[in-house]
Design a protein around this ligand. Structure first.
Ligand SMILES: *Cc1c(COP(=O)(O)O)cnc(C)c1O
Length: 367
């Protein structure tokens, strides 16, 4: 068998006619920047996630940076984040002039809420959890701490469109959140794309200007901005896939259940929480990230069997990029990073392929 981790061209082949129609209709109108498809998509996105406002931007990294800027984060401030995340979380903080302060991940790979208070100093302004792998962190606890110390909350919800905690969507808890439409994300476009989600009217008004050079509808410029727009062709493609988003999420949860049911008998792997195992969480499984004994050997074994796997962020937590100035030691997170492996989970994989992958993993440990 040959099961790539992700197969973009297969995805295109399955939707070739519809996507070709979209390209023709958008191009023949010449509707490329700030057009109706974008407005429609933003409205659907806000409705789906239950926030007041959604704004398309160039990518999720920009979304976070714009959010932090609009919320007043800057030089001298510290922002706490979980080190098991993409470097983008920290770079968005750093690009505002603030200092990113990494803390440990817990056993579910999300921010360890028990470690947050230890990292708070008089300069701390905000907490920015990453809603990793399509699961929302313990937001009750994060909001309790932010209330106690008068901190803002932002979410790196790039991986978590439609994931919920106690019925509430990722990106809707604090000042705002981001969504990424990078091709491998659950809702991916054909290039780069992102969105800001917020309930805060002042943040919305600012970012609406900031993403387009600070220009208002009359062309007057009242705020420093830059160019971070979600183009209309990508928005049209996103509208198309978004119409079946519930089905996409349902399928991902099915695949996660197949993995869980087969692999939970093995004592050499640690699995993500099972679907519906905790009523507080509705997970969308952006990734199926397991911890595996002899991870590197397993990865190679699976590759020899035709199974593509991926090590998230290349196997390093953000604080391990010492050239960026980090000095922390976060031993639990480092341990997770050394053993984590992502198994194929995408819109095109079949049940038989998942079964084959699980059999290969069982063979690896039983031989
Ligand atoms: C994908 C991702 C990002 C970056 O998203 P872009 O749209 O590529 O900027 C940030 N944080 C996390 C957790 C991600 O998975």
């Amino acid at each position: 068998m040959n099961i790539p981790f992700f197969d973009y061209s297969d995805l295109f082949a399955r939707h070739r006619n519809e996507l070709t129609d979209i390209f023709q209709s958008v191009s023949s109108c010449g509707a490329f920047i700030m057009q109706d498809d974008l407005v429609q998509f933003e409205n659907k996105l806000a409705k789906y996630t239950g926030v007041n406002y959604a704004l398309g931007v160039a990518n999720a990294t920009d979304a976070m940076q714009l959010l932090l800027k609009a919320g007043g984060i800057g030089i001298g401030d510290e922002v706490i984040f979980c080190s098991h995340t993409m470097v983008a979380t920290a770079s968005a903080i750093a690009f505002t002039g603030a200092t990113p302060v990494p803390v440990e991940a817990g056993s579910d790979h999300l921010i360890d809420v028990e470690k947050i208070e230890l990292a708070i100093t008089p300069n701390t302004k905000a907490i920015m959890p990453t809603q990793l792998n399509g699961r929302v962190a313990n937001m009750d606890e994060i909001l309790r701490i932010s209330d106690k110390y008068n901190l803002q909350v932002y979410e790196d919800s790039a991986q978590a469109l439609g994931a919920k905690y106690k019925g509430q969507s990722a990106g809707s808890f604090g000042m705002g959140g981001c969504i990424s439409f990078y091709p491998a994300k659950v809702l991916g476009c054909f290039g780069d794309g992102g969105a800001v989600l917020t309930n805060n009217k002042s943040i919305y008004n600012k970012i609406k200007l900031m993403r387009d050079h600070g220009r208002g509808e009359d062309g007057d410029v009242t705020i420093w901005g830059y160019n971070s727009r979600l183009d209309n062709l990508q928005a049209a493609i996103l509208n198309y896939f978004f119409d079946n988003y519930e089905g996409i999420v349902q399928r991902r949860r099915e695949i996660a259940t197949l993995y869980f049911d087969s692999l939970s008998v093995l004592d050499k792997v640690v699995l993500p929480p099972a679907v519906n195992s905790d009523p507080d969480h509705f997970d969308i499984f952006q990734n199926y990230e397991i911890e595996a004994f002899m991870r590197d050997e397993l990865k190679k074994y699976l590759a020899d069997k035709g199974v593509g796997t991926l090590i998230q962020w290349g196997g390093k937590a953000v604080h391990e990029f010492r050239d960026l100035g980090f000095t922390q030691t976060l031993s639990f997170t480092e341990k997770i990073m050394r053993s984590s492996l992502m198994l194929p989970l995408n819109m095109t994989i079949t049940d038989d392929e998942v079964e084959y992958i699980c059999n290969c993993i069982a063979d690896f440990y039983n031989d």
